[in-house]
Design a protein around this ligand. Structure first.
Ligand code: BGC
Length: 415
């Protein structure tokens, strides 16, 4: 990796014609060691400072280690192990960063803000050059990240935006608004809202309010359903349709289940039909299908949406207890992140050009308008989510090799 000549946190020193770059804080230690070494070896070379490095035009395949400590360290901070997806994201990111020569520290925060803060502190103390962070609480990381950022550590918000700070360089995610649109579109089509005028009943189970994504999913869905809610064609018997009142702390399956059971027992007496539950993701969808199994007395199949294409939810879709999910190709998200990370570590300032340079065979757009974290609009690379139902599950998930089936017919995730 090559540090750019104008990177203020680095100095360059020439020893016997070799330019060495290092962080300012390393300078004193280095100088003392160097002088001792020169005395011991009798060498008469004198260090000269602040010589501009020669421009390097070749793009190395493998990142060369940081000159200050001989390593390129990437810290990956994931929110929890409860969801299938973060386990897979973590492994994909780790493998790919390691394959380009980085040392990786991967930690899971157990959905706890303090644990995530401690994880990040440990990564920074271990010499992290780059942090890839999926925040448990998007607004709780400013202090720890700002210290690191000031010291030259680069920060990529992975999947969830980090809020209220300048200490985030880039954001990699999916088009989160579109996720909500896809869920709502499925409900509109399945309930035939465009053609039939019969009123239908719907309930909402949305995401964790401390996750910025949850608002995007909610807005995408609500904007799309609004005409039907306004006209009364969609009714909400519980009257709970606001973001906070429908939210699910920590995206918890149990909390989603309990909330829907209360709604069913309170607003759906014997015979009252529920047509659809808009669930923001697969963990909440599991809670909702359990609640329906336990306490729904209607005979119809209730439309249940989701997101993530987790394996347990794929089984539910195949069995008909969940209607759809929104599939987000996690490997593509990690490929974008690693390519971006490598580019930043090489001292570049990637923008839209990264997409052309990378030549990915999947859709990715560069967005500099939609992801304002309260302090700045964070430049974002956004991938395209895909709606999955029983109709296209084989084509999108199995034929593409994202999932496989073993000889007993059990579904497994391919590497
Ligand atoms: C992610 C979803 C995930 C949810 C719960 C969101 O930020 O975008 O894919 O289901 O968090 O972990």
């Amino acid at each position: 990796m090559h540090k750019s000549a104008n990177d203020k946190s680095f100095i360059s020193i020439t020893v016997s014609g070799t330019i060495i770059y290092m962080k300012n804080i390393m300078k004193k230690i280095f100088m003392t060691t160097l002088i001792l070494a020169l005395i011991l070896t009798g060498c008469s070379s004198t260090p000269q400072s602040t010589e501009a490095p020669a421009e390097d035009t070749t793009a190395p395949e493998v990142i060369t280690p940081r000159p200050d400590d001989g390593r390129t360290v990437v810290g990956i901070s994931m929110p929890d192990r409860l969801l299938e997806r973060w386990n897979r994201d973590g492994e994909f990111l780790k493998d790919q960063f390691e394959s380009i020569g980085c040392e990786v520290i991967l930690e899971y925060a157990n959905n706890l803000i303090d644990t995530q803060t401690d994880n990040l502190k440990m990564m920074i103390a271990s010499g992290a050059d780059l942090l890839v962070v999926t925040a448990v609480d998007g607004s709780a990381l400013s202090t720890v990240l700002e210290d690191a950022h000031r010291n030259g550590v680069k920060i990529i918000a992975y999947d969830r935006l980090i809020m209220g700070t300048n200490a985030v360089d880039y954001y990699v995610s999916f088009d989160n608004y579109k996720v909500g649109v896809l869920q709502a579109d499925y409900i509109i089509a399945d309930l035939g809202l465009k053609t039939s005028k019969d009123p239908k009943n719907i309930e909402f189970v949305t995401g964790d309010p401390v996750d910025n994504n949850a608002r995007f999913f909610y807005r995408g869905a609500m904007d799309t359903l609004k005409p039907y809610l306004d006209s009364g064609q969609l009714q909400v018997p519980s009257s709970q349709s606001g973001f906070y009142e429908t939210s699910t702390a920590q995206w918890s399956t149990d909390i989603a289940q309990q909330r829907l059971q209360i709604i069913l027992n309170s607003y759906y007496p014997e015979g009252t039909r529920l047509d659809a539950v808009l669930c923001a993701n697969d963990s909440t969808a599991v809670g909702v299908t359990r609640a329906l199994e336990a306490d729904y007395t209607g005979r119809n199949t209730v439309v249940v949406t989701g997101q993530d294409a987790d394996i347990s939810n794929i089984y539910n879709i195949l069995e008909g207890t969940q209607s759809m999910t929104v599939y987000k190709h996690l490997k593509q998200e990690s490929v974008v992140t690693v390519t971006l990370g490598q580019d930043i570590l090489e001292g570049n300032e990637p923008a839209e050009d990264l997409i052309d340079r990378a030549g990915w065979d999947f859709d990715c757009s560069y967005n500099v308008t939609d992801y304002n974290n309260g302090n700045k609009v964070v430049p974002s690379y956004l991938l395209r989510p895909i709606a999955i139902s029983a109709v296209n599950i084989e084509k999108e998930l199995f034929k593409t090799g994202y999932y496989g089936r073993n000889s007993a017919g059990l579904i497994y995730a391919t590497k």
